[in-house]
Design a protein around this ligand. Structure first.
Ligand SMILES: Cc1cc2nc3c(=O)[nH]c(=O)nc-3n(C[C@H](O)[C@H](O)[C@H](O)COP(=O)(O)OP(=O)(O)OC[C@H]3O[C@@H](n4cnc5c(N)ncnc54)[C@H](O)[C@@H]3O)c2cc1C
Length: 470
């Protein structure tokens, strides 16, 4: 009886869609509905998300809360064990700068208030400068639009997402996937083989299993990648003086950028990208010596080139004559660092990676499983959350038109929409990385004049800001 009622409900939903669109419903995909999932037994799920990192949990939250997907059986598999988490007094060393698009998604999911109630620091100003010249660019918050971004600890993001996952989404920790059997066409289903011998079947597999994605390997999609031969050193920093601390700082050195991200009045988070060799020696230093090395990286002027300085100075005089008042963005001095929070140093290899295809029949990649970027622009997980918004729209639309959520035709919409934004962002980040990795005089000169010029042309600057927001 229940099955019959649910089938009628789905038929009604489909016909109301048809009526509202005023055109016949045309689709030829094989279609599985929630009634199928009831018939397929305990080990069948309509959607399985593999990987419970920030992006996997965001997918679970978004799909789980969707009214249009409310009759779908959803499972999240995470290989790591469940940790009981409470907000620690000290800040964690892994943080992300969340942009406005991510904030909007989190507001929609009811996650944003939980984040701000736990801990988040707004960025009201961003200053980027370099070691070889006086060139700099700064971005200020627009009072109408709010702050530029928020710095949030990864653990806080995860906890907030977890707390908003509806009960109907089943979350299984300590459930490492050993392998996947993927169908060649829409006629088959995905089989997921877990460590320990269990297996589950699904109509749609979402691969949110990070940079080394097993889902991506099973898909056999081409993966373009390279290593930057750099490590990103992270740490929690103690500032010399308590300040308002709403500024994010980034200085480009020839060995890579060093960034300070505000956490509180006396704490900032460090992301210092540098060569693997230098990273090893920095990690071997005592915490005191590491702090000295960091202060030198922020303040040392010895790499400054006098020829570039002179030409840059004249160029800026000219720019200020042609466009007076435009170059009024003032230079601030970064805060002094008095120490690092004990044992907060960590290091991560940095690279770029991009899956040529995000989708195959009944499977898709999302977040770092699909793309990986250098952290210099703080965009990595924001791209992943952008994918989540796009996936939600794609699947809701597929349900609305009565289509199969695992069909390639529907999933291609997700792929093409996400890739348009992701590839452009990745190319810009990689370009910036390369532009600042050289000390060749003509390039230093060109980038210095370019950066300072962009800094005084509001619409160009706004263009860059808009792109960073997604
Ligand atoms: C130094 C540094 C600084 C960064 N700063 C920023 C920033 O400021 N802003 C920003 O947007 N991004 C930043 N990033 C990038 C950001 O951290 C990543 O983009 C983000 O963590 C990716 O999340 P994810 O959920 O896609 O993948 P992951 O975090 O890698 O999660 C994957 C999950 O899948 C699970 N898993 C893997 N394999 C299996 C399996 N076989 N079975 C079951 N589970 C599995 C893992 O246990 C893990 O929980 C930074 C990165 C680095 C290295």
């Amino acid at each position: 009886m229940v099955l019959l009622w649910r089938k009628c409900a789905r038929l009604l939903e489909k016909s109301s869609t048809w009526l509202s669109k005023g055109r016949p419903l045309f689709h030829c995909d094989r279609h599985f509905s929630s009634t199928d999932s009831l018939e397929r037994g305990d080990n069948y799920y309509d959607i399985v998300i593999s990987g419970g990192g920030m992006v996997g949990f965001a997918v679970a939250c978004a799909l789980g809360q969707s009214n249009r997907l409310s009759d779908r059986k959803i499972l999240l598999l995470e290989g790591a064990p469940k940790k009981d988490w409470q907000l620690p007094e000290e800040f964690g060393n892994r943080v992300c700068a969340l942009n406005r698009n991510t904030q909007n998604l989190f507001m929609k999911l009811g996650v944003w208030d939980t984040i701000t109630n736990l801990r988040a620091q707004p960025i009201r100003r961003m200053q980027v400068w370099e070691a070889c010249s006086e060139a700099m660019i700064c971005f200020e918050e627009n009072p109408e639009e709010g702050c530029l971004a928020h710095i949030v600890e990864n653990d806080v993001i995860l906890e907030a997402l977890r707390s908003k996952i509806p009960d109907r989404v089943q979350v299984e920790y300590s459930s490492k996937v050993e392998g996947y059997s993927l169908p060649k066409s829409i006629d088959g289903l995905v089989e997921i083989h877990l460590e320990g011998g269990d297996s589950v079947t699904t109509e749609l597999l979402v691969g949110a299993d990070g940079v080394k994605s097993l889902v991506r390997q099973a898909m056999g999609t081409q993966y373009l990648s390279w290593d930057y031969d750099q490590m990103g050193i992270v740490a929690t920093l103690q500032l010399s003086e308590a300040t308002e601390n709403f500024v994010a700082w980034q200085r480009f050195l020839a060995t890579g950028p060093v960034a300070l991200l505000p956490l509180s009045h006396d704490r900032s988070s460090l992301v210092w990208s540098t060569t693997k060799e230098k990273a090893k020696s920095l990690l071997r230093l005592s915490e005191e010596d590491f702090t000295d090395a960091l202060n030198r990286a922020l303040w040392d002027e010895s790499a400054s080139d006098p020829v570039v300085q002179k030409i840059h100075e004249r160029w800026m005089t000219l720019v200020n004559t042609v466009a007076p008042g435009q170059g009024s963005d003032y230079r601030q001095l970064p805060p002094g660092i008095s120490g690092i929070v004990s044992n907060s140093r960590g290091a991560f290899p940095l690279g770029l990676g991009h899956a040529v295809h995000y989708v195959n029949p009944r499977v898709l990649l999302i977040g770092d499983a699909a793309h990986r970027v250098h952290p210099l622009a703080g965009q990595g997980v924001n791209l992943g959350f952008g994918d989540v918004s796009c996936l939600l729209k794609t699947l809701e639309n597929a349900v609305l038109i009565g289509s199969d959520i695992g069909s390639e035709r529907e999933l291609f919409r997700y792929e093409s929409h996400c890739q348009k934004h992701n590839v452009a962002t990745m190319a810009s980040i990689d370009g910036l990385y390369r532009l600042y990795s050289t000390t060749a005089l003509p390039i230093v000169l060109a980038r210095s004049l370019g950066l300072s010029t962009v800094n005084v042309i509001p619409f160009v600057k706004n263009f860059f800001m808009r792109h960073a927001e997604g």
